[in-house]
Design a protein around this ligand. Sequence first.
Ligand code: NAD
Ligand code: DAU
Length: 349
Amino acid sequence: MKTILITGGAGFIGSHVVRRFVNKYPEYHIVNLDALTYAGNLENLKDVDTRSNYEFVKGDINDAPFINDLFEKYQFDGVLHLAAESHVDRSIADPMAFIMTNIVGTVNLLNGARKIWKSAEGHRFYHISTDEVYGSLGETGLFLETTSYDPHSPYSASKASSDHLVRAYHDTYKLPIVITNCSNNYGPNQFPEKLIPLSIHNISQNKPIPIYGKGENIRDWLYVEDHAAAIDLVFHEGKDGETYNIGGHNEWTNIALILQLCKTMDKKLGRTEGTSEKLITYVKDRAGHDLRYAIDSTKIQKELGWAPSLQFEEGIEKTVDWYLANHDWLENVSSGAYEKYYEKQYVSR
Ligand code: NAD
Ligand code: DAU
């Protein structure tokens, strides 16, 4: 029996990782540690929350004594660290929460692991990170694992800091670590502040779809379950101290993506083609908006045999189907209803 800590398991990507691990590894004891911020809620895990190999702990990774006690109590064999403040626009409006959770919180977890792991043998601290640490590409080129860090937003700077600290704990204290830097994820359970779920929500309510600047920025989109599969593979088979880039080889300008989404939404909602795209509204650009992200995932493909399984058209259709079938989820996360509900169910330390 292995005891595995997954942080941020009530969030978007974390919930897909928890579900995969709980279902696939009945021999593991999966502990999901999450503070249940606005971005996390346990509705995302309704289908696995009564399973005997799963346990939820509400708590804040910024609380060092609590984290130390947790590592002492559970003697985790491995850590998959996904808890973070994840939204770039929020980091521009208020960076401090990003500095605390993404940097200080990560160091608290590294210290917790360092205190209980007497040797590297049988242990792994896995930091799930982002391609945004590499900065912005021009019209050509791809991010490699060797690309220099050049973060521009408070969010990406905080993730870059935490990546550096994770590597520093490896080099200084021989902590067994692995890092992945992934491109933009999409799929079920993503909080509707991010481009795709926000646009689905707005289209279904006939509200404007805000496009920053000219809509020419490019992102490389990956279906969230493909990311969860890569995380599973890297956790089990990645080499100690290594970094792997994960991406979809699926670049879209924001405007082309939204036009494709509008087409899918028109079809699903039985609207005449062209109806939803009338909602597109160009708004003020994001400050320091990175032009283009695109991942070269050759290393993980060649060394570990990972490849994305879904084509974007199929992934976007599955995503739209999920949001339309889970209208209540969308309304409850947008209104903060789940947040209030779970605040009453779980008391923080
Ligand atoms: P999310 O915002 O949906 O979820 C984050 C989770 O962390 C939430 O459940 C939240 O409650 C929890 N959390 C936040 N602060 C906490 C704290 N102080 N203590 C404990 N829990 C806390 O984020 P996501 O999109 O699922 O991203 C997960 C991870 O993957 C992040 O580290 C992010 O940087 C990284 N990542 C995300 C993407 C993407 O496209 N979403 C791509 C690459 C990497
Ligand atoms: O690349 C990985 C990163 O992808 C993750 O590390 C982040 O956690 C995740 O939030 C995401 O960051 P982005 O800033 O790329 O995602 P977002 O959905 O916020 O924006 C995608 C693009 O769409 C970006 O160019 C900004 C633009 N945008 C976004 C919103 C919310 C709009 O044009 N309008 C919007 O309303």
